[in-house]
Ligand binder design. Structure first.
Ligand code: UDP
Ligand code: MG
Length: 318
């Protein structure tokens, strides 16, 4: 098998057919001697997505699918696809046609120039709200500035990776997946191709702000300890300030006569210290929650139905 295409699906009934047609056109045109496969991962869709996928299976034996028992999230859906991919190269692509299938031959060609990862970098993005673009931009910049590994900015999961990278990913058992970070962490020779990100073809985004925030926190906590250290540093800074204020208060009380009982300063320092402490505890809590999720060692996802065998070697769940 030359190429596997992993497609996470959450309520994509409006896009599945046109995605399949466009992908097939592109992949047939690539004349791959070893052939290719589609792996659709249905992440608990509430619409007719699963039915549409099952129609495709009847028409095309290269279509494989995994159906989850509920919505586990985009990153987990991609992981399940990677666990089952048999291709020498694997493309990860969104189902909403925001990632153009026409870019795949270019990604594939670059891969064969001696890279293990070729990611698709967004030159521009269309049809997304200013708020989404701004938060995405901010997130990629913050992440880049506080992690040691270089996670490429303005890049989603649309990319091609070699079998080597897929094998490495299967060895990473973490529960809180941030696949693009994991791929950067893995290393090897990586490069990129630029593209203009289109509007979502049909349907609505499955990424609520809540899911986006979770992804952002997963990315940061999995690849950076800076927030924990920042909590410590701000603790020291605030204590230092409090010490200076204490000296001044003692000085004002015993060495001068214009001492006044200070409600305002008292309230301010109590509120300020309380705030800093709560933030620090919250940051610790974010890490602790992820730690406990990993200690529980639950499987990453539950499969309801599939036309593929369960992966036997190096499954992703610990
Ligand atoms: N998706 C998923 N599970 C989810 C949310 C999204 O599998 O809980 C899939 C979705 O079907 C699509 C991809 O992940 O193929 C990207 O999602 P979406 O286009 O909604 O995100 P956006 O482009 O708005 O960031
Ligand atoms: Mg999208």
């Amino acid at each position: 098998m030359d190429l596997s295409v992993v497609i996470p699906i959450y309520n994509e009934e409006a896009n599945i057919l046109s995605l399949y047609e466009r992908l097939r056109g592109v992949l047939d045109g690539m004349l791959l001697p070893g052939g290719y496969e589609f792996i659709f991962v249905n992440d608990g869709s509430r619409d007719k997505s699963l039915v549409l996928i099952q129609h495709l299976i009847v028409r095309d034996t290269r279509v494989r699918y995994v159906d989850f028992s509920r919505n586990f999230g985009h990153q987990i859906a991609v992981t399940a696809g990677l666990d089952r991919a048999t291709g020498e190269a694997v493309v990860i692509i969104d189902a909403d046609l925001q990632d153009p299938p026409e870019l795949i031959p270019q990604l594939y060609q670059r891969l064969h120039e001696g890279y293990e990862v070729v990611y698709a970098k967004r030159r521009s993005r269309q049809g997304e709200s200013a708020a989404k673009k701004f938060t995405a931009k901010l997130f990629y910049r913050i992440l880049a500035s506080i992690t040691h590994i270089s996670i490429p900015v303005d890049t989603g999961d649309f990319r091609i990776i070699s079998e080597k990278v897929v094998r490495a990913l299967r060895q990473m058992p973490e529960q809180n997946k941030f696949i693009r970070g994991q791929i950067s962490w893995i290393g090897y020779r990586q490069t990129y191709v630029e593209y203009d990100r289109a509007e979502r073809a049909g349907g609505a985004t499955g990424y609520t702000y809540r899911k986006m925030l979770r992804l952002a926190l997963d990315g940061i906590t999995a690849f950076s300890d800076v927030p924990l250290k920042a909590a410590t540093i701000s603790g020291f800074v605030v204590s230092g300030l409090a010490f200076l204020v204490m000296i001044y208060t003692l000085y004002a009380r015993f060495a001068t006569d214009n001492y006044e009982a200070g409600w305002a300063s008292l309230m301010i320092s109590i509120l300020f210290l309380g705030g800093v402490q709560l933030i620090a505890v919250g940051i610790i809590g974010e890490y602790l929650a992820r730690l406990s999720a990993n200690v529980r060692q639950r499987p990453l996802y539950i499969v309801s139905d599939s036309n593929l065998p369960e992966p036997t070697s190096e499954p992703s769940a610990t």
